[in-house]
Write a protein of this length. Structure first.
Length: 186
C-alpha cells in the first residue's frame, strides 16, 4: 500500500490514507462488520472525515438526518461460512447498519434511476452489503440538491459503497467508477 500510494503521489495525485485514523479508532469504534469484511457506516464516516480534512471539505454537511439502524443477519461473511461448512456460525451475531438519506442516482449499466441510495430490501439477501447502492456497478452518477457546484470523479472499490453517501453533500455531481467491475464487463 505504501508503494502504491507513493507511486500515485509521484504522478501528482492527492492520496488519502485512512490507515492511521483506523488504527487510532479501532479500540473505540467498530470499523468493520463482524460478519463482513467491509467498513461499517462508522468506519466509512471516519474515512470520510479523514478525507475531508485532507481535501478541505465541510463535514457539517456530510449527511442529512439522523442515522437509523437496520439489522441484518445475512451478511456476506456469514454466508461464505455457511457455503464452506454447510452450517451457520452461531457465534457470529448480526450487524447493525446505519443508513443516511441520499440523492438521485443513475446506474449506467442497468439504465435505472432511483432516489434511494440505500436498498433496504437487500438486507434480506445473501450479500447484505448491497444495501449500499444496490450492487456493484461499473459506473454511476449521483446528482445532489447541494449548493456546492462541484463535480467529483471517484475511482473506487467496494469499500467506498458505504463512504459515498457522506460525499453527496459536498458535491453537486459525483461520477463513480469501479475499475474491477468495469473490467469484468469489457
Amino acid at each position: 500500500m505504501d508503494s502504491f500510494l507513493s507511486d500515485l503521489r509521484s504522478f501528482g495525485y492527492t492520496t488519502i490514507d485512512v490507515r492511521d485514523a483506523f488504527r487510532k479508532a479501532k479500540e473505540d469504534t467498530q470499523l468493520y462488520y463482524r460478519t463482513d469484511h467491509h467498513w461499517t457506516s462508522d468506519g466509512a464516516y471516519l474515512a470520510y472525515r479523514t478525507a475531508a480534512k485532507k481535501i478541505k471539505l465541510d463535514t457539517k454537511t456530510a449527511y442529512d438526518g439522523t442515522p437509523s439502524k437496520t439489522t441484518s443477519g445475512n451478511a456476506l461473511l456469514q454466508e461464505r461460512i455457511r457455503q464452506r461448512t454447510g452450517r451457520r456460525d452461531k457465534n457470529l451475531s448480526p450487524d447493525s447498519r446505519q443508513n443516511y438519506r441520499n440523492s438521485v442516482i443513475y446506474y449506467a449499466d442497468t439504465k435505472k434511476k432511483t432516489t434511494h441510495f440505500y436498498q433496504l430490501d437487500n438486507l434480506k439477501k445473501k450479500d447484505a452489503y448491497t444495501v449500499f447502492g444496490g450492487s456493484n456497478h461499473p459506473m454511476y452518477t449521483i446528482q445532489t440538491p447541494g449548493t456546492e457546484d462541484r463535480t467529483l470523479l471517484l475511482i473506487k472499490d467496494s469499500y467506498a459503497n458505504s463512504f459515498i453517501p457522506f460525499l453527496s453533500r459536498n458535491y453537486r455531481r459525483i461520477i463513480v467508477v469501479d475499475p474491477a467491475i468495469s473490467s469484468r464487463i469489457s
